[in-house]
Design a binder for this molecule. Structure first.
Ligand code: CA
Length: 459
């Protein structure tokens, strides 16, 4: 392309980006978005890059989309793709909207960006499946969603209030059984997560049950917003909190609590949070969807270069995003360094958060076998009926095949020039193993349920 055309295209794109910045200005007049939807990146530098080399067949149908995020490290690929210009490189001007809570994200995706909400974003699992089934939406309305990529592995853990220091509440719970029993007869051990029936709820349940503590009978579990949990732990009314970075570091640093376990210790290279969008948006904008995915894939690769993580921590900690007092809060965990707050120190890069590749291979690719684990755990605790898993999990598989669009991920990866060796060829990652020796064979989810001693479902 000639220099003139190059300059012309760049100019044209800047004008386009300028036009959508104008749309942000108009928001107030339209009476939309509430405070919790304020754009995270709205006041930072515009991510404008050369887009002249997008081929006509890959040119997105729209340049604008609104994605929600929660200010925890899981959101990093979205924020980095915006701030480092990876979305813009593929022609997308992504509006990132900080969500006040997971419930708010769910409410906002129900109405979509046309209603002042969001088109998709970051989710715990299996939220996209539960929304698709109309199980957590208003009036049980079914809103089809597509899972498009995994955002992250690791980066989460279980925090315990400092008053329980030295009482055996750690990764292995054998030494703490009498404590739980004693508390049960007065004020039961109380633990919080930020949304029911998904990751954080499932991690704490898995950990308790593996240690012989029945999460439904021996403790009190409830949904509490992160900030409120920290306050409650400080005053002594909350015993535990299942959460992601930067909260563990802050709890330990402020001497409010300690870390009993990292999720990386419970299940090494486990699935964590995902990008999912409204199916109607994706069906209408397949090229824009792939452009978003390509931007995220580049951000994930950038994030996995540990030399970039100091810069990543600085961007994430910024006022527009996590609004942390210091980027240092993220710096050490990002290198796999955790002060667990009980004298235990972890310094192991394999325990850090990964976005693109981990010890098991590709992180970004959404394995259907992982969707199945999340659904199986929902059946285990009685959140979903047993018939999802009986009959060789036919009902679960039908739902997963509808929601999980690993095919779109693969197309995007090919367009982005990802090496064939880095594109998984099987939708199953195979047998998974947990810290207590339990194995999950995605071919036999019912056998997995049978093997578990503590569960709500009878199989
Ligand atoms: Ca998480």
């Amino acid at each position: 392309m000639t220099e003139f055309l190059n300059r012309f295209s760049r100019r044209k794109f800047i004008l386009t980006a300028g036009a959508s910045a104008g749309a942000v200005f108009l928001k107030g007049c339209l009476g939309n978005p509430p405070e919790n939807l304020s754009s995270g990146g709205g006041t930072t530098k515009p991510a404008v890059q050369e887009v002249a080399n997008i081929s006509p067949e890959q040119k997105p149908e729209t340049t604008t989309v609104k994605l929600g995020y929660i200010p925890i490290v899981e959101a990093a690929p979205l924020i980095i793709a915006k701030e480092k210009g990876f979305f813009a490189k593929y022609g997308m001007n992504v509006d990132l909207a900080k969500q006040a809570s997971w419930g708010a994200a769910r409410d906002n995706v129900e109405i979509g960006s046309v209603g002042g909400g969001i088109d998709g974003g970051q989710w715990q699992m299996p939220m996209p499946h539960l929304i698709t089934e109309g199980l957590i939406t208003k009036g049980n309305q079914k809103i089809p969603m597509y899972v498009l990529c995994q955002l992250i592995t690791h980066g989460n853990g279980i925090a315990i209030a400092n008053k329980h220091q030295g009482k055996g509440v750690s990764l292995q719970l054998a030494g703490a059984k009498s404590l739980f029993k004693e508390l049960k007869s007065s004020t039961p051990f109380t633990a919080a997560f930020t949304f029911p029936h998904v990751n954080q709820d499932l991690w704490i349940r898995y950990w308790l049950a593996a240690g012989g503590i029945d999460p439904d009978a021996d403790v009190k579990l409830l949904t509490v917003p992160a900030a409120q949990t920290v306050a409650n732990m400080k005053t002594g009314t909350m015993d535990a909190f299942s959460t992601g970075d930067p909260w563990p570091f802050r709890l330990v640093n402020d001497k409010i609590g300690y870390m009993a376990a990292l999720t990386a210790e419970i299940w090494k290279n486990h699935p964590e949070e995902y990008l999912a969008m409204r199916a109607d948006w994706v069906d209408k904008h397949p090229k824009a969807t792939k452009a978003i995915l390509k931007g995220i894939m580049e951000a994930q690769q950038w994030l996995d270069n540990f030399d970039n993580r100091k810069e990543a921590a600085q961007i994430l900690a910024g006022r527009n995003y996590f609004n942390l007092p210091s980027a240092e809060i993220l710096a050490d965990p990002y290198q796999g360094k955790y002060d667990m707050g009980d004298g235990r120190k972890i310094d192991d890069k394999t325990m850090a958060a990964y976005y693109w590749k981990d010890g098991k291979g590709n992180v970004s690719y959404p394995y259907k076998s992982h969707d199945l684990w999340f659904i199986t755990e929902n059946v285990r605790w009685g959140f979903l009926p047993k018939d999802y898993i009986t009959n060789n999990a036919a009902k679960a598989k039908e739902l997963i095949n509808k929601v999980n669009r690993e095919d779109i991920w693969k197309e995007a990866a090919k367009e982005a020039g990802i090496a064939a060796a880095d594109i998984p060829t099987n939708t199953s990652r195979g047998v998974e193993e947990f810290f207590d020796g339990t194995k999950f064979d995605p071919e036999k989810p019912e056998e997995y349920l049978k093997s578990l001693k503590i569960k709500k479902v009878s199989v």
